[in-house]
Design a protein around this ligand. Structure first.
Ligand code: IPM
Ligand code: MG
Length: 370
């Protein structure tokens, strides 16, 4: 008997996206064959791949599909081929459209340092060993989407570029709620980051997070930190953090810094969640690795597929209620790393260097062994 656990739209995108995604497809096949759990899967284009096919970074038909499925799994977007395109049709706009139109306001970016990779971090092992941070980044507001925005001509012949940082009460509260709820399942601590010393949106952010905290979250330890200090603390003593909650732009930057603490961007997944549907309780969701399209190594079969595989594991956990399979996949990855099977980006002395496909094979072998 096989059981259908839901529907998934896979948009591999550009660069190493498709290569990494091929390994996820093998795990989906394994789930069907071995566990009898199938996912109704469809593929489509995003980013440069969509530009080449349709002239737009994501087609309206793809958006319709994305709205209809339980979750979207995205590989990566962008590459030098599309760098000179007009801003409004750049590959990144496809990703931003998905985030915005699906209402995916909460971006969960775990930064976990795998024991086996402690030495791959550029920081001292004692600083990063056991690191487990969850960054909750606001994803549909702030300066990424704020109006007015543009580049305009000035009377004196100069040009002026401008963007708007804006946050409303509700935008702040709903993402802070996600952070508090997550902290409750973790170490019970939230650090909220903004620049309340220079930005009104930061003052409001701090006030609203504090207010929500007072409305039933007194079991959670809340602290506030200026975003620049948070960046510094992340590289000084990252283990002080449990959950960090911050806006779209600061979250973009802080999550890259946090990611690098763990030894490789090639390891880190992310989940972007919307509000739960009142009828089904299921939230719209998109899962994607934190790394980009890595054009420098595209097509060589050497990319690390682990972040994409772990993104799929997050989908199993948060969308498809298959936490046990997610655990199995994460354990399989840990075992493979402990056996010193490595792609080039996480290579170390005495390890066996493998390519993308071999890494997939090694993980599936562990899934079968468990
Ligand atoms: C990320 C990326 C994106 C962002 C880009 C590709 C638009 O850097 O997901 O962190 O800035 O949000
Ligand atoms: Mg980024």
């Amino acid at each position: 008997m096989s059981e259908q656990i839901g529907s998934l739209l896979i948009v591999p995108g550009d660069g190493i996206g498709p290569e990494a995604m091929a390994q996820v497809q093998r795990i989906i096949d394994w789930m069907g064959d071995t566990l009898g759990k199938t996912i109704d899967t469809e593929y489509d284009l995003v980013g440069g791949a969509a530009i080449d096919a349709h002239g737009v970074p994501i087609h309206d038909d793809t958006m319709v599909k994305a709205q209809a499925v339980d979750a979207v799994l995205l590989g990566a977007v962008g590459g030098p081929k599309w760098d000179d395109l007009d801003f409004s049709i750049k590959p990144e706009r496809g990703l931003l459209r998905l985030r915005s139109e699906l209402g995916l306001f909460a971006n969960l970016r775990p930064a976990v340092c795998f024991e086996a990779l402690v030495d791959s971090s550029s920081l001292k092992p004692e600083v990063v060993a056991g690191l487990d941070i969850m960054i909750v980044r606001e994803l549909t507001g702030g300066i990424y989407f704020g109006e007015p925005r543009g580049i305009e001509d000035m009377p004196d012949g100069q040009r002026r570029g401008f963007n708007t940082q804006t946050y409303t009460t509700n935008e702040i509260r709903r993402v802070a709620k996600v952070a508090f709820d997550l902290a409750r399942k973790r170490d019970g601590r939230v650090t909220s980051c903004e620049k309340a010393n220079v930005m009104e949106s930061g003052i409001l952010w701090r006030e609203e997070v504090t207010k929500l905290h007072g409305e039933g979250y007194d079991d959670i330890e809340l602290s506030h930190m200026y975003a620049d200090n948070a960046a510094m603390q992340l590289v000084r003593a990252p283990k002080q953090f449990d959950v960090m909650v911050t806006d779209n732009l600061f979250g973009d930057i802080l999550s890259d810094a946090a990611a690098m603490l763990t030894g490789s961007l090639g390891m880190l997944p992310s989940a972007s969640l919307g509000a739960p549907d009142p009828a089904t309780g299921r939230a719209k969701a998109m899962y994607e690795p934190v790394h980009g399209s890595a054009p420098d190594i595209t097509g060589q079969g050497i990319a690390n597929p682990i972040a994409t595989i772990m993104s799929f594991a997050m989908a199993l956990r948060y969308t498809f209620d298959q936490g046990d399979i997610a655990d199995r996949i994460e354990d399989a990855v840990k075992t493979v790393l402990a056996k010193k099977i490595r792609t080039g980006d996480i290579m170390c002395d005495g390890a066996k260097q493998v390519g993308t496909e071999e890494m997939g094979t090694a993980i599936i072998a562990e899934l079968n062994a468990a």
